[in-house]
Design a protein around this ligand. Structure first.
Ligand code: 4AD
Ligand code: MG
Length: 481
């Protein structure tokens, strides 16, 4: 038995021509030539491309094991690595032994059987078979990109001296004060425990009070920041906002660094270094997948990607050019003076809509932009109040083609200012006592941000819809699989 190797090792050029190896994977296509050869494209997901397997019809078991191979069949083959005679690949495997692991009785019914008209499966169709879509080019590539980016996230922070903190998923506080949370409860939904006044008695619930899925790990990571100086979270977060858009998921992964002794400027600098590091990583590690998405975007007929975007050169530009930094006030002036007519009018005090964000980053600056110092009325209670009393030290990072990908701020470290803000927003102190302790004992200026991991995947791959950036999307009305 020869060494079992991955197709990525074979195509990566680390194995010498002439070596005998065994590969395993799933058949994408099979073609039989008149000259008595079968060409099987085998994919094991280890890299974008499959390996071409050449089988001569005189090989033992050829008829039983090769002629029944169709798309989706699992297959193992031993053979000699040879220089390819054909176009499209440098090496191929000349089979000496074949082991079919499974055949598909009714190949026509395999949902991913090649379409007769050569068209793409629709994204909606593939979301209905989310258990099979990992076998497609698009979802294989998304999965490998996600992995490469997640590894780069951890590497970046590790190299910069951050510690990864695993913040809880179940929480009894509403970090963003936005009230878009999923309830976690073991009460009988049909017949919950009730108080004398008829309301649901959450003291009888599992946690003894109302509990929810977290919308952000920030409030839980801040105490670790004020002890370990540089920390970050990377985990699932949940938002029950009923926005059926191409940018929103009900369950998504968020990365939230938090840095002690840092102000908003340092925060923006960190965000810039961080994003560039991740994109540099995929440009060096996953060119195969990026090239695929780049071609899909250029071809313009794929429903999975944004048409006409050159994702590789966009990423290259992203890592090469310094981010623009602009004050919210200044951004509003620019937008008010714009020739473009916006659906939502802009004035000081409004939250920027995606159309505004994209105009700024695509039309005005043509590079990523950090918008800083937003009106306090539209931002969360924990953001640090500026001396003008009107704005807070908040920042959003906007990227061309998507708009906001990062939201963050310097935090309010002054106990009296923080509690006054909570009072103004009617936030009950007793719910936040533990958080306020961090301002009572050893408080220092600190700052952090949140990056939606799937927004990053969307951006890197040029995807048209965030539902295709995560293995199993959860959105209003749908949590199948
Ligand atoms: O701007 P947001 O709401 O900020 C926070 O949650 C802060 N606690 C972060 C912090 O300072 N530590 O969310 C942060 C990011 C957004 O910029 C966006 O990328 C992503 O999370 N995001 C979503 N991604 C997918 N689907 C949704 N529904 C999202 N909501 C936010
Ligand atoms: Mg935000």
């Amino acid at each position: 038995m020869t060494d079992v190797v991955s197709i990525s090792q074979v195509l990566g050029g680390t194995i010498a021509v002439g070596t005998m190896v065994t590969v395993r994977g799933w058949v994408r296509t099979r073609r039989d030539s008149k000259a008595g050869l079968s060409f099987v494209n085998l994919n094991d997901g280890s890299c974008f491309d499959g390996l071409q397997i050449v089988v001569v019809n005189t090989l033992e078991g050829y008829e039983q094991s090769v002629l029944s191979l169709s798309a989706g069949c699992a297959f193992e083959v031993e053979g000699e690595l040879v220089t390819s005679q054909g176009k499209g690949q440098s090496v191929e495997l000349r089979a000496t032994r074949v082991v079919p692991h499974s055949t598909i009785a009714d190949p026509e019914r395999y949902p991913l059987a090649k379409r007769g008209d050569g068209k793409h499966f629709t994204p909606e169709f593939l979301r209905e078979i989310a258990h099979l879509r990992p076998r497609t080019n698009t979802f294989g590539a998304v999965t490998r990109l996600r992995h490469a980016m997640a590894m780069a996230v951890h590497r970046f922070f590790h190299e910069e001296g951050f510690y990864w903190v695993n913040t809880p998923i179940v929480t009894t506080s509403d970090a963003e004060g936005a009230g878009q949370m999923f309830r976690v409860s073991t009460l009988d939904a049909m017949n919950p425990a009730r108080s004398p006044d008829g309301s649901v008695d959450f003291s009888k619930d599992f946690f003894g009070k109302p509990a929810h899925l977290t919308v952000s790990g920030q409030l839980n990571v801040e105490p670790f920041c004020l002890a370990l100086s540089k920390v970050y979270t990377f985990g699932p977060t949940f938002r029950a906002e009923n926005s059926n858009t191409a940018r929103h998921l009900a369950e998504f992964w968020m990365i939230e660094p938090e840095v002690a002794f840092a102000d908003l400027r340092a925060n923006a600098d960190l965000a810039e270094r961080f994003l560039k590091y991740i994109f540099r990583a995929i440009l060096s590690e996953r060119m195969d997948d990026l090239r695929f998405f780049d071609q899909e975007c250029k071809k313009g007929d794929s429903p999975y990607v944004q048409k006409g975007v050159e994702i590789i050169s966009r990423l290259e530009q992203f890592v090469a050019s310094p981010f623009e930094r602009v004050d919210y006030r200044e951004a509003v002036k620019i937008l008010q003076g714009a020739k473009k007519k916006f659906e939502f009018p802009v004035s000081f005090g409004v939250d920027l809509q995606t159309e505004h964000e994209r105009y700024l980053t695509e039309q005005v600056f043509n590079r990523p932009v950090v918008v800083m110092n937003y009106p306090k009325a539209i931002k969360a209670f924990y953001m640090r109040q500026n001396d003008d009393n009107e704005t807070v030290a908040a920042m959003d990072v906007l990227a061309p083609g998507i708009g906001e990908i990062i939201g963050g701020s310097q935090r309010e470290e002054r106990l009296d200012v923080l509690t006054a803000r909570m009072d103004a927003l009617s936030l009950p102190h007793h719910e936040y006592e533990w958080y306020l302790d961090t301002r009572r004992y050893g408080s220092v200026p600190h700052a952090g941000f949140g990056l939606g991991f799937e927004r990053l995947v969307v951006y890197a791959a040029g995807l048209a819809n965030i539902r295709d950036a995560i293995p199993y999307p959860r959105v209003p009305g749908s949590a199948r699989f």
